[in-house]
Write a protein that binds this ligand. Structure first.
Ligand SMILES: C[S@@+](CC[C@H](N)C(=O)[O-])C[C@H]1O[C@@H](n2cnc3c(N)ncnc32)[C@H](O)[C@@H]1O
Length: 334
């Protein structure tokens, strides 16, 4: 972390100011690699490990995501795949301009950081947090950028003062928390009055959910040791691959493959080893998360109304439901 970003943080327990209280490894460019931050008010200390301040234990209910994004640290990055998938989703969902220099953006639930890269490209100062140790993968890709700060932290106890950010986005995370509603409601308070937010969530639809075979096996797989599950997923995808290749030639065959628990991104134009890499990643991503709690568009909208947000817009996308809104005129107490 660059110490010039320290003023953006506050103690998640008491909102006191944080200081660097221990330096074990630092660089001449003003970055702290290993050491500790301490709260001036309550004296609580938070380690900085590998350039990332840690406000939660390394292992927790999201450790499967830590494994997933360590194994596939670059797989879905546009700068790796050559696609524009993350850029299009970032700009298409947020409706934000490409240039945001001088603004502060918060990303919640960043995984390996494919959207951190997009947000950082706007020139804004980007603070990006995730509950899992996927933050190490994000740091390896984006941590050296002067306008990026990466944290291992929990959406339910974020280390910020109210009103710190101009904008925030939260993609692919809410359904993977124990309470998507409470996670959503934790977000607006860190925005300045009139700040912009954008979040998405898997869509619940009775028919779709019943037909989604992942929900048939998840009661078993969500409890499995992530390493063991990942090995089994690879074996399953390898075993099914010749059949999946045939099915893919049918009209909308890729959708059948998803039902057979083989994530199939051939519709993006991927092929060969890259297609298989995405398949390992997202087949595991279907089965491993401890929580997978989708919502309806109506429910999602109601959360936003209850949080006092204004200018609420919702739409269906291939990823579920997207919501854009503006923070209320007064920052709420966190
Ligand atoms: C499906 S991944 C999405 C990653 C990234 N946004 C993307 O779309 O590529 C969901 C992420 O949410 C994170 N997450 C789950 N619970 C969280 C919490 N309580 N606080 C912060 N992040 C959380 C997980 O660790 C995981 O990396």
């Amino acid at each position: 972390m660059y110490l010039e970003h320290l003023h953006l943080l506050a103690c998640p327990r008491c909102r006191g100011d944080l200081l660097c209280v221990r330096t074990e490894q630092a660089r001449d460019d003003g970055s702290l690699l290993d050491g500790a931050l301490g709260c001036l008010a309550c004296q609580k200390e938070y380690p900085v490990i590998g350039g990332v301040p840690r406000f939660v234990p390394r292992e927790n209910y999201a450790s499967g995501f830590g494994l997933e994004w360590t194994k596939h640290a670059r797989t879905q990055y546009d700068s790796y795949s050559g696609l524009k998938v993350s850029e299009q989703r970032f700009l298409g969902q947020t409706h934000w301009p490409r240039e945001l220099e001088g603004q502060r953006i918060l990303e919640v639930g960043s995984g390996s950081g494919r959207f951190t890269e997009q947000a950082a490209n706007t020139g804004a100062t980007v603070v990006s947090l995730d509950f899992s140790y996927a933050v190490d993968a994000n740091h390896a890709s984006n941590g050296a950028r002067r306008n990026v700060l990466i944290l291992q932290a929990d959406v339910f106890a974020m280390p910020f003062r109210p009103g710190t950010f101009d904008r925030l986005f939260c993609f692919g995370m809410l359904q993977h928390t124990p309470s998507p509603r409470l996670a959503f409601q934790a977000l607006p308070g860190v925005l300045r009055p009139g700040g912009a937010m954008c979040a998405d969530i898997y869509k619940v639809s009775l028919v779709r959910t019943v037909l989604q075979t992942k929900y048939w096996v998840r009661p078993l797989t969500r409890r499995m040791n992530p390493d063991r599950l990942y090995a089994r997923v690879r074996r399953w995808v390898d075993f099914m691959w010749p059949l999946a290749r045939l099915i893919r030639t049918l009209p909308k065959g890729y959708a059948i493959n998803w039902r057979l628990l083989v994530a199939d991104y051939s519709f993006l134009g991927l092929d060969g080893a890259m297609l298989k890499e995405w398949s390992y990643l997202d087949t595991f991503d279907m089965l491993a998360p401890r929580y997978d709690r989708p919502a309806t568009l109506t429910t999602f909208r109601r959360w936003a109304v209850d949080a006092g947000l204004t200018d609420i817009e919702t739409e269906y996308t291939p990823h579920g439901v997207v919501l854009r809104a503006t923070a209320p005129p007064q920052p709420s107490a966190l």
